[in-house]
Design a protein around this ligand. Sequence first.
Ligand SMILES: Cc1ncc(COP(=O)(O)O)c(C=O)c1O
Length: 379
Amino acid sequence: MKFNTKTIHGGQKHDPAYGAVMPPIYQTSTYAQTTPGGHKGFEYSRTHNPTRKALEDALASIENGKFGLAFGSGLAAIDAIIKLLKSGDEVISTNDLYGGTYRLFTKIFEDFGIKFHFIGMDNADKIANYINDNTKLIWVETPTNPMMNIINIKAMAEVSRKHNLLLAVDNTFATPYLQRPLDLGADIVMHSATKYIGGHSDLVMGALIVKNEELAKKLYFIQNASGAVCGPQDSFLALRGIKTLHIRMQRHCENGEAIAKYLKSHSKIEKVYWPGFDDHPGHNVAKEQMDGYGGMISFVTKGSNYDSAIKIVENLKIFTLAESLGGVESLAGHPASMTHASIPKEEREKTGVVDSLIRLSVGIEDVDDLIADLEQAIG
Ligand SMILES: Cc1ncc(COP(=O)(O)O)c(C=O)c1O
């Protein structure tokens, strides 16, 4: 089955009760048993729920995995991955990543004795210097949030295989429409399904997808034991979102390209970060491992600072100034004071997240209106 068919049919069955084409919202915490243990495969909704199961099967299908797991947020999904580890273990993570992931690693899991090394991942050879007997996991986000750096997933998979490590890839920005990390050798794909998977800014959710059964069992155990699951209503919404993922992503990519090019040609713009440009340092890798470049763009205007960047985002009228990304509507953000405020200034500036950086999540509106909005806001 090809991707554009999988988004609609992948992993899905018509509901056995009445043939409902969309999985019903099984708004129930529990399931009747005829005798203790005598149930129809579902006993308690933290463990299993039919609507969540339909979503998890759809997620596994679109990522070319075998097992999907849905969580109450993207961070809950990341939390489950790190719970595969124990005190004394070490993680090598990209140094340019979502601020909340950094906060979870450094403010929660470091206290449990897990060590994180944050490094630039432009070259897989660099990783070797940080690997020792305690290293268990490589954490990759690509494209990175918000600098749009590209990390070579195949090269990272080679390193992780050689040293018997797990490779987890946050695929939130690319989505499986553009990039399928399991096909490139990753062990775990993670999503903030809040973003493009849901696609309509109406839910908060996380997802993991794996191929390996042993690993899936461990993660299902953690999902049930820690209990950070999503509810059936949100599962239904995410499933509905997945059905149009391919069409939305196609338009996000087209609009993203037009806006990236518009910004690059603008006399007041100093730098545009978008992996589709030939001169982007990760362009060749992106070309190889992605099927397009997406609708996420970061930029800096000439001579700008904290205040002038804030003024631009405040001036926007169609782009909404808001946290988050990946919805049908265009959003603008100021990473230094919003999504990445939890990273200390000196740390975030090392990776380019300066006070004047603006991040756009380009939606699927008419691109002429979006460009006109940027034109009036930048001035
Ligand atoms: C790349 C990335 N990963 C993970 C997360 C966390 O996801 P959530 O907000 O659904 O917990 C986000 C949120 O913005 C994100 O952008």
